[in-house]
Each structure stands twice: as C-alpha cells, then as structure tokens.
Design a protein around this ligand. Structure first.
Ligand SMILES: *[C@@H]1O[C@H](CO)[C@@H](O)[C@H](O)[C@H]1NC(C)=O
Ligand SMILES: *[C@@H]1O[C@H](CO)[C@@H](O)[C@H](O)[C@H]1NC(C)=O
Ligand SMILES: *[C@@H]1O[C@H](CO)[C@@H](O)[C@H](O)[C@H]1NC(C)=O
Length: 375
C-alpha cells in the first residue's frame, strides 16, 4: 500500500532537447514533494526567531528541545520538548529540511528554498499584542519579512520560476491569535483600557479585519496554498487553570468562549477569501477541536494527564513559571498533553499533525494538507 502510493506520487519530468550536434537531457526529479514551508505565527511554531530578540519570551534554554533529535536534545528556541507541528508537517510532506528562522544568520542563499520561519513567541495578529514581553514579531512585521524573502527568491530562481515555486510548491501556514487574547485582551494590567472600551465582538472584529489584510498581502506576494490554524482551547492550558485555581477537569469559560467566537469568524473569513481571491486555497485547521479532544480523552491517546505541565512550576498544575533550567520536569514526557504551562508536548504535536495531514473535514477543511500539497 505504502509503496504504490509513493510511486503513484512520483512524477519524473524528462525534458530532452535535440540540438544539431548534441543531445542534452535535463532530468528534474520533481517527485511531488513539498518545496517550501513559509511559517507564520507565535510560540506554537517559533523555531528560533526570538533567540535573536531582546525579549522576555525565550525558549533557547534547557530543557526545552530535550527530545529534538536534529540538535541532540539541545534547545533551539522551540517552545516544546521536540518538534513543532510545523516541523512535523514539513517532514511528512517531503520538505528537504526544516524552515530556517528568518532572523538566523544562515537564513540566506539556497537554504530559503526549503522555506523560512517568521514565527515569534509572544506575537499576535494585532501589533500591540505581546507588549509584556518587550519584543516579539507581530504578524504585520512577519509579512514585511516575507516581502524581503520574496525578493531573494526572485534573485535565486528568476522572476517567473520564483512565482511558480511560490504558487505551486509552497505552503503558507499561519498559527496565530492565542496571544491576542492571552497577552492582550485578557491581560488586565496592559489592556484595562481596551477591555473597558472594547466589547469582545469589537475586539474579535479588529482581529479578523487585520488578519484579512495580512492574508491578502501574502496573496499579493503570490502565496496561494494557505493553512490557517484557529485558536486552541486557551482556557484549558495549565497556565490558565493554575492562575484561576480550577479543578483538574475544569477550564476557564471566558477564554474558551472568546476563542470560539474568533474561530467562528475565522471560518467565515477563509470561506470568503476562497471565493474572492482567484486560484487560492485557504484551509482551516481546527486546532481547537483537535486539542480539546486530547484534553478530554487524554487517556485514549496514552497520556496520563492533560492538566499538568511536564516542565514548569507553581500551583497545582505547574502552570505559573515557564519551563527553564530550574523547573521540575516530569518522568515521562510522552505521557503529558502539555510540555509547559502554554504549549503541547511533541507527543501531542504528532497526533495533531497527523490529523492535519490526513484527517477528516471536521478537523481540516476544505482539504487536508496532503491534498493541499497535491493541488
Ligand atoms: C541554521 O542555524 C541553526 C542554528 O541557528 C541550526 O539549528 C540549523 O540547523 C541551521 N540550518 C541550516 C540549514 O544550516
Ligand atoms: C508594529 O510594531 C512594530 C514593532 O514590533 C513597529 O516597528 C511598527 O511600526 C508597528 N506598526 C504599526 C502599524 O503600529
Ligand atoms: C513589498 O515591498 C515593496 C517595497 O520593496 C512594496 O512596494 C510593496 O508594497 C510590498 N508588498 C506588500 C504586499 O507588502
């Protein structure tokens, strides 16, 4: 089964040109693999951009990355113990390497043909989001950065090949929005003004309008295959459960309600963009339901807890102090849905990624990621 599927997807282009005295064949091994992943978002998919910022949101400290094979367990700036969902999806779709962080010194030359990662811990759709961390790269600036990459691709491939590569062989994944609630709207210290003057409806409206402009800018830069994650059940993360002193199986209702409100509007936005931007495919990744399934039915998936962070400290769910060298760490990292107070473990990321790649419409629609690649 596996073998025939593999070969079915292999298309080998042989272009031969016979010139008067010479016969030259150009064999392009275009085997249907993904060319590039351009990854936008927050700490769920940051692969090291914040290492290069003066910021309070950093993950290039142990024991983050302890299960990341490519560095032998050394931290990379990823906010988890191993690979992010973006890493796993890229690998599964046949990308030749992980997308490099835009701010890394080696994000130059041919390396960027595998894609570039613009994600930043603490970043949000709105520019003001994440101010508490001092520095982070918001979505507006992430799109500005892609505009720089876009010009580099023209130089590397030539204008017409670059366009083709971006339209057909590249994925644009956007995982953002959670910080707009957690580190903006719901953060009393910084947003007290906004929360008094802005209703949840108006705030979500603002988010959707900004995201629409950001996605449209990417489209104008030739992005066509989009996957946009919705906001997860942020009321159920160990941080929120700890600071609100909830029981094991309780979640913060307001946080989840805001996430669901945004997610409903996001779904409509993506439908609208699919209709209005010719040649585009916007895929909605239902991260909320996927993560909620893991939280509620954790034992079904081999986890022993979905409330307690593996690495962290403070309160009943180790949910106050972020993961770092002085944190306590759980015995078995594969048995925790959450790696730290905010982020899923690699074990969870693997389950989520599998559903995005091959799953049903309730989790990924209108097509799953393998279908999106082959469009
Ligand atoms: C780029 O540098 C990072 C460290 O900053 C390293 O983890 C990664 O493997 C390098 N990637 C390439 C393609 O050289
Ligand atoms: C957004 O924030 C960045 C810094 O993160 C700043 O450079 C930029 O001017 C801001 N943009 C707007 C529209 O406020
Ligand atoms: C990309 O950058 C150029 C300037 O180099 C600017 O004219 C253009 O509007 C930018 N495009 C987008 C979509 O931001």
């Amino acid at each position: 089964m596996e073998m025939s599927y593999y070969y079915f997807n292999r298309v080998v282009l042989v272009v031969c040109s016979i010139v008067v005295v010479s016969l030259s064949c150009f064999v392009a091994g275009d085997n249907g693999n993904l060319g590039a992943s351009f990854i936008f978002g927050d700490s769920l998919v940051d692969a090291g951009n914040n290492n290069y910022l003066q910021t309070l949101s950093k993950a290039n400290i142990k024991p983050n990355g302890i299960d990341f094979k490519a560095t032998g367990g050394n931290p990379t700036g990823r906010y988890t113990n191993g690979r992010t969902i973006g890493d796993i999806v890229g690998e599964e779709l046949g990308a030749p390497g992980y997308a490099v962080p835009f701010l890394a010194p080696n994000a130059t030359g041919k390396t960027i043909l595998n894609g570039v990662n613009y994600a930043s811990g603490g970043g949000g759709i709105l520019n003001a989001t994440g101010r508490i961390f001092v520095n982070r790269i918001g979505m507006d600036v992430q799109v500005d950065y892609f505009n720089i990459t876009r010009k580099q691709l023209d130089k590397l491939l030539g204008a017409s090949k670059a366009r083709e590569y971006i339209m057909k062989k590249s994925f644009f994944s956007i995982t953002i929005g959670a910080n707009d609630f957690l580190n903006n709207y719901l953060l009393p210290v910084l947003s007290i003004g906004a929360r008094i003057t802005e209703s949840p409806d108006a705030f979500v409206d603002d988010m959707i309008n900004h995201l629409k402009a950001q996605l449209t800018r990417l489209y104008r830069l030739d992005a066509r295959k989009f996957v946009v994650g919705n906001v997860g059940p942020i009321g159920c993360i160990p941080y929120q459960k700890t600071i609100n002193q909830l029981k094991e199986n309780e979640c913060v209702e307001l946080s989840n309600k805001l996430a669901l409100q945004y997610n409903g509007r996001l779904k409509d936005l993506l439908t609208q963009l699919n209709e209005n931007l010719p040649g585009s495919t916007f895929v909605n990744a239902n991260v909320y339901d996927l993560v909620m399934e893991l939280i509620v039915n954790y034992d079904k998936y081999g986890f022993t807890t979905s409330s307690r962070a593996c690495c962290g400290n403070g309160g009943q769910f180790a949910g106050i102090v972020p993961c770092g060298p002085t944190s306590s760490m759980c015995q078995n990292r594969d048995k925790h849905v959450f790696w730290d107070p905010y982020h899923p473990s690699e074990a969870s990321n693997l389950i989520i990624a599998k559903q995005l790649l091959d799953g049903e419409k309730k989790y990924i629609s209108p097509v799953n990621l393998r279908q999106l690649r082959d469009l």
